[in-house]
Design a protein around this ligand. Sequence first.
Ligand code: PMP
Length: 402
Amino acid sequence: MTDLLSKFDPYIAEHKGLLETGVHDPFGVVMERVMSPTRAIINGRETILVGTYNYMGMTFDPDVIAAGKAALDNFGAGSTGSRVLNGTFAPHIAVEQALKDFYGTRSAIVFSTGYQANLGMVSTLAGKGDYIILDADSHASIYDGCKLGNAEVVRFRHNNVEDLDKRLGRLPAEAGKLVILEGVYSMLGDIAPLRELVAVAKKHNAMTLVDEAHAMGFFGKHGRGVYEELGLEDQIDFVVGTFSKSVGTVGGFAVSNHPKFEILRLVCNPYRFTASLPPAVAATAEASIRKLMGAEAKRDNLWAVSRKLHAGLKAAGFRMATDTPESAIIAVLLPDQESTVAMWHQLLEHGIYCNMSRPPATPAGIFLLRCSLSAAHTLDDVDTIISRFIAARDSLPGAKAA
Ligand code: PMP
């Protein structure tokens, strides 16, 4: 018998080697207790959370929690079924209405995760004979959606308008085309030049889908995303998002004004062949989305803490992934895996949790420590985070963190 797991031996050896150096497992962190959107107990120590995508700090909002508890009492623990059978409960309809109100769109479809929303949208919209043209740095869920579907897949260089134009120009004029973009790219925290990219897509008669997972709540007048910030609301055909970041729970969705959009419920496998969200989750999402409609103070604070962290780390000599803060993801570049892991470990020892990222999750073989800020962070928190970054680096004389 061939052991099917033996193909993972190099990963097993690498992970074992990593742990043998005495560091905490960067992929095995346990939140032993969670006190707030910004504080948890990890390894018995109170830790500032700076890597949770909890952008608007909604996880402990009292109205959100109350809505979830009420739905748990009224609808039970789970739906035990697909949306197209027994799994549509009143809270699912209510959260879709909240999304329509938030985005000002004709339709909204909720999936069980953002990953599934991309799997479903990408694999179902573009079929045999169609083309998907995606940014090379697209999220894994977009790539996996391509694998699930039957369209031809063409990649263009990250955020490169000319490359998109060139590649679209080589495709048959009459073929169906879907250009897939993201508002904020989660590894470097950089934003897309959506105006230029979408203009090129239109020039070639392609439809557009934008994943705004990392922008919801704080980009654009209504918090709809980078596309709203850039005034492109009538230019984008489909917007995908998630409840696992700014909304503070779990779930995914797509919104659109396309008059035929609702048919996706009957033809999209990652929507119809899986159980719907627990109704309590749908109810927490609805409460959270409705509160995000009037969250100006949170947005302002999120931008203030993001800018301050970027400026402080840069001034301290860290190499930043973007010259200026473009989003609430503030990423620090490190030279190699060894120094990245060592620095990440020291940060945890100093009571800071951020994300360690390395290839293949990162583009072009780069190593990153990624911070994501929350509206629940204070400016004092940011001072503490910066001083602990410096202390962590100082405790590693050999590490080339700067
Ligand atoms: N799209 C992007 C751009 C993401 O970064 C993520 C998750 N990190 C997802 C989709 C998937 O979202 P979810 O966590 O809801 O599955």
